[in-house]
Design a binder for this molecule. Structure first.
Ligand code: MN
Length: 256
């Protein structure tokens, strides 16, 4: 069993969590992140709310604030895109960004692609970012937009594309963050088995992702470790060490 209170164990990793959306539990979530040593990429959904998480992260070791513009919020918050650029100098973490093709509206998909492409261009110019990317029903276009020589670390969060799309993403150099929900389906387990083990991280996507009828908290990424261990035929503590080492490399790759 994994004991997360043991300081001798490697750090945990939650590469995609909406820390600012836990309401009254936010302070307790941040305490858990520091106390349980969970390196957490705290994604945000619009540039205008980034400052909140940035300020909470001051003086903390494990809370990494990310500036983002969620594809589903492009209609309501797309006009905030310009607000994002100054923040790219304040944090190396970017997300949640990407494409979401649940909408079949062609114009909306086009607008999402424009926003995503502008963000990628700005990040590539600075060349020192770690990106956490949403690709629901849009993996092919997401991977095409990233290209195969993006100067930074690109993490596809909660990947749910086809085997072919996964292959393309792997060839493009993408990383993957895996959550407990993905490991509950046969397709998700197969995808995890095909991911390069040196480019996999854990995540929760809390509070949106649920476990046992409640919102996932960052420490629940340890459940993803258990599922990945099963998928890879390894011990959970071996996977824990591998993911901690992967996170350090993921962050280094993004450095200037
Ligand atoms: Mn998310």
């Amino acid at each position: 069993m994994i004991s997360v209170t043991d300081d001798a164990l490697p750090e945990l990793v939650d590469a995609h969590c909406h820390v600012d959306l836990y309401g009254k539990d936010e302070a307790a979530v941040i305490e858990q992140i520091e106390h349980q040593r969970v390196h957490t990429i705290a994604v945000t959904n619009a540039p205008s709310v980034f400052f909140h998480t940035r300020d909470k992260a001051r003086g903390r070791t494990y809370l990494h604030p990310a500036v983002g513009l969620h594809p589903e919020l492009v209609p309501s918050h797309g006009h905030e895109l310009e607000l994002m650029w100054p923040h790219l100098a304040e944090t190396r973490f970017v997300g949640e960004i990407g494409l979401d093709y649940v909408t079949s509206d062609r114009e909306l998909r086009q607008r999402q692609r424009e926003v995503f492409s502008q963000i990628l261009t700005r990040c590539a110019e600075r060349g020192c970012h770690v990106l956490t990317i949403h690709s629901r029903r849009s993996a092919s276009d997401v991977v095409a937009a990233i290209g195969d020589s993006f100067p930074g670390t690109v993490i596809l969060h909660w990947f749910s594309g086809t085997t072919r799309e996964l292959e393309r993403a792997v060839n493009a150099g993408c990383w993957f963050s895996v959550n407990p929900a993905m490991l509950r389906s046969a397709g998700g387990i197969q995808a995890v088995q095909r991911m390069p083990r040196d480019r996999v991280l854990t995540e929760t996507d809390g509070p949106f992702a649920k476990m046992a009828g409640r919102a996932c908290w960052p420490q629940d990424c340890s459940q993803a470790l258990v599922g990945i261990a099963r998928a890879w035929g390894m011990q959970p503590d071996e996977v824990r060490s591998a993911i901690a080492a992967n996170f350090k490399r993921a962050v280094e790759i993004g450095s200037p």
